[in-house]
Unconditional design. Sequence first.
Length: 300
Amino acid sequence: FFFFGGVLRGGGAGGGTPAKGVSARAKMAGGKPDLLLANSYDSVKIDPTGWWLSEKLDGVRAWWDGSRFVSRLGNVYNAPDYFKAELNALGDIQLDGELWMGRGQFQTCVGVCKRAIPGKEWERIEYRVFDIPSIAHKKFEDRLSELKKLLLASGGGDKCKYIKLHPHRACTGRADVESELKRIIGLGGEGVMLRKPGSVYSGGRSNDLLKVKEFTDDEAVVEGHEPGKGKHVGRCGALLCRNRKGKRFKVGTGMTDRERENPPKIGSVITYKYQEETEAGVPRFPVYVRPRPDVDAKDI
């Protein structure tokens, strides 16, 4: 089995047409973009032939609302003027993508994006665009075509220095997914994304966008810290967590010594990975991956 997860969705105000019956501004109700969360990909039940395949980036999810970047929690990322100028030149549109500094740079990228005053490090960031919610009602192939017109030059190169179209290609089948997953993992990446052909950009949990990884991962709320023993005396031995299914468990591996000395705060959200669940639905051998300051504990 292979598993996949998060997706992004919503609608925005601006020059495009929102999904039928859905106000573009309504998709930003409460200041938060309406992000799509995917279910898990099952390689036995789902034939990915013909789906759109891309690399899963370990960046910072960001919604361009026509004038600014908005996080999953509705916070604004203060990009420098030269960065936003490339987006403003595209017109009054909404885009869906990730601010990305490269594989394995998630923590650094989060730190740069959260600063109130944008620094020179923004020069290392690209905005990798996945979708264009301005035309949410159109099928994915049409939206991808529109993004190519916006972001690619006639020769196929990038028009912009910082705003990039995230590459997609047609998947040839299960073996293709497995091969691409191994290639990306070997390069230090996270995994593979699969987009269902002909799918619209709609709100809510959906199987239209799937995440494929070596392990299953999920988010959990930190409810406590268990004191360490042995070599970890005086530091955090394990995080006491609760996941979105309401299951409580300990996450004792995966943290560095520095993280054990200053563990994720109680009430914060983390990502953990695991191989399978017990019959009671508790993750087996959960491993700490990273903090998730971009996820609201209320959503878990």
